[in-house]
Design a protein around this ligand. Sequence first.
Ligand SMILES: Nc1ncnc2c1ncn2[C@@H]1O[C@H](COP(=O)(O)OP(=O)(O)OP(=O)(O)O)[C@@H](O)[C@H]1O
Length: 231
Amino acid sequence: MLTVDGLEAGYAQSRVLFGLSFEARAGEVISLIGRNGMGKTTTVRAIMGMTRPRGGRISFDGRAIAGLAPNVIARLGLGLVPEGRRIFASLTVEENLVATARPRPGAQWNLERVVALFPRLGERRRQSARTLSGGEQQMLAIGRALLTNPRFLILDEATEGLAPLIRAEIWRCLHELKAAGQTILVIDKNLAEMATLVDRHHIVEKGRVVWSGTPGDLNRDAALAHRYLGV
Ligand SMILES: Nc1ncnc2c1ncn2[C@@H]1O[C@H](COP(=O)(O)OP(=O)(O)OP(=O)(O)O)[C@@H](O)[C@H]1O
């Protein structure tokens, strides 16, 4: 479904990605993991058209998408829950949800289903988004991405900085999405939670994928986890 092949990208003079490659098949949940600053967010930005790739190929359902505008890429069916949430603080919860919503014929996600997934959003529907807690804002960011009815959903550090109970709720939601067949790329630091969710991990080190395998493979290789993840 998504193939990233030899991706190169960076900012001004600094190179960040040096030929990064991975693949995600329909219905899979895959991860990018690795220490801070290794290029995970830059990879996501390149996929979503927010940072222009300097080399390599990105294809989605066989179509080359590298260098297309973000709105074009989103319309092809890629949805992002960005690092730092980026919700519209001055809008209400409901306005945030519908602002970028993209109903499709036979679409899976509508406002009612998102509210059923995150009942708190329903309770706070008419409140300004700035009055939400960090965890509720994160749910809003996920709900907003789902309402674009993405065929491929990317979550960049969606559980970072959240209280344990809220984090658990986010993981529950991701399990539900997986069970429904949603294809997902998740970037997160919580290996224990990802162990039951992710089909294949990809370790990113200095702008390249240096290892990929199942959570079981990773769990059996303590030296690998120590070397690349510092755990
Ligand atoms: N807008 C930017 N301008 C210049 N350099 C940047 C920018 N964003 C990120 N970088 C640099 O690019 C490198 C890779 O950052 P990136 O955010 O992709 O890493 P990451 O693996 O996602 O780590 P983190 O978990 O810290 O977000 C880092 O050295 C970072 O400082």
